[in-house]
Design a protein around this ligand. Structure first.
Ligand SMILES: Nc1ncnc2c1ncn2[C@@H]1O[C@H](COP(=O)(O)OP(=O)(O)OP(=O)(O)O)[C@@H](O)[C@H]1O
Ligand SMILES: [Mg+2]
Length: 254
């Protein structure tokens, strides 16, 4: 059976002035899957995600097609993309530090609040089930939370918009290994709840463990792609991103 992709990115280009950062990336996500993008610093991963969401800086020029459930969204405003079901948790988590956990979550749900409050409350329940720690801290200011808690709040806020496709830019950045596992477990649970996920990660090992499919992006181009378990045993991926011993051994401390 042929299933149509929930997200399709075709020939995506991003230029900063005249300097290319993304040079013709093609990528698809099948419904209910986690697709990860790994690659070195400066490869163009964040540039690609931002361009798909429509949040690139004014100095950037973007070209290429993005389809959500077969509908082109690349000409839409960011707000319309959110309403269509696309959500991004950016590399800088961009929470409102002087607002409480609850206020941040309510803001995330705003595109839906007008639509149906009952569903919006369902979403809040869902976020609290996924991250009970947020429920215990509804009145705490976002700025005073730990790194891991802030990442949970950023994820929770994005979920309040009930996205069909959730894009996560390095959710494990700066987190301790145990917290990385907690956040990525939550990402896997989201997939199990039917959210399709595009995950950009430096932590290739952890990303491949929860992903269904993966792309390696180098110098703005896809250099390798395949089923995640298969990529995890690819000699080039092991050498460059997993260290000796592939998925079985922890990387040596640098
Ligand atoms: N606003 C900008 N203006 C100019 N150049 C930029 C801008 N943002 C990113 N770049 C450049 O584009 C290239 C790709 O950057 P990008 O942030 O997309 O990489 P990345 O793969 O996300 O890297 P990292 O893993 O370090 O987050 C880099 O050379 C970067 O310096
Ligand atoms: Mg980045």
């Amino acid at each position: 059976m042929v299933v149509s992709p929930i997200l399709r990115i075709e020939n995506l280009h991003v230029l900063y002035g005249k300097v290319p950062a993304v040079c013709g990336i093609n990528l698809t996500i099948q419904p209910g899957k986690i697709v990860s993008v790994i690659g070195p610093n400066g490869a163009g991963k964040s540039s690609a995600l931002n361009a798909v969401m429509g949040v690139q800086p004014p100095t950037a020029s973007v070209d290429g097609g993005v389809w959500l459930e077969g509908v082109p969204v690349d000409r839409l405003t960011v707000e319309s993309r959110v309403r269509s079901g696309l959500s991004l948790v950016p590399e800088r988590r961009e929470l409102f530090g002087t607002m409480t956990v609850m206020e941040n979550l309510v803001l995330g749900g705003q595109s839906r609040k007008k639509v149906a409050k009952a569903h919006w409350l369902d979403e809040l329940d869902f976020v609290f089930q996924l991250f009970p720690r947020l429920k215990e801290r509804v009145d705490q200011l976002a700025a005073t939370m730990s790194g891991g808690e802030r990442q949970m709040l950023a994820l929770g806020r994005a979920l309040m918009a009930k996205p069909k496709v959730l894009m996560l830019d390095e959710p494990s950045l700066g987190l301790a290994p145990l917290v990385v596992q907690e956040v990525l477990n939550a990402v896997a649970k989201l997939r199990d709840a039917g959210v399709s996920i595009l995950l950009v990660e430096q932590n290739a090992r952890a990303a491949l463990q929860i992903s269904d499919y993966a792309y390696v992006v180098e110098g703005g181009r896809v250099s390798l792609e395949g089923d995640a378990p298969q990529l995890a045993t690819d000699e080039r991926v092991i050498q460059a991103y997993l260290g000796v011993g592939g998925m079985r051994k922890e990387p040596s401390a640098a």
